[in-house]
Design a binder for this molecule. Sequence first.
Ligand code: SF4
Length: 151
Amino acid sequence: MHISGKKIWCCLFGAWVRERQGRIIQPSKQILTPSKKSRTPCCGKKVKKAKNILTGYVNFMRGKKHATTDEKIKLCQECEENTWMTKAEHAKWLLKHGIKVLENFDQLEKLPRLPKHKKSKKRKTLYCRLCKCHVEAKITDEDERCLLKKW
Ligand code: SF4
């Protein structure tokens, strides 16, 4: 069964939104309880990250480029932290780490690195092992930054 990267992100985002809505509907349990500092709403950061991801995918699908896009893709292609995967492999990895992905949606670098693969006939999509992003989509959003500050 083929699962596209776009579908998995829509699925994860939908699950995350439902989870947040569930928490807000039951304030005594989570978000709105002032005594639980660690449960302070972090929606702003996560929503911004979700927006950046969606923007990146939309830009990528529309073939939108910026002045620095080609330079960034070159840096990612030469980076030791890149990996080439199929979209299905990436989606499987996200599903395998589903809960942690949702919990750390705005800091996916906290999760284990994506597996390292070389480019092949099958593996044609470039991902960042650290941020787990689809690189060609990520670089189209000017708000996004490389975690290693390469761009
Ligand atoms: S985003 Fe940064 S760390 Fe990730 S592959 Fe590109 S250059 Fe490397």
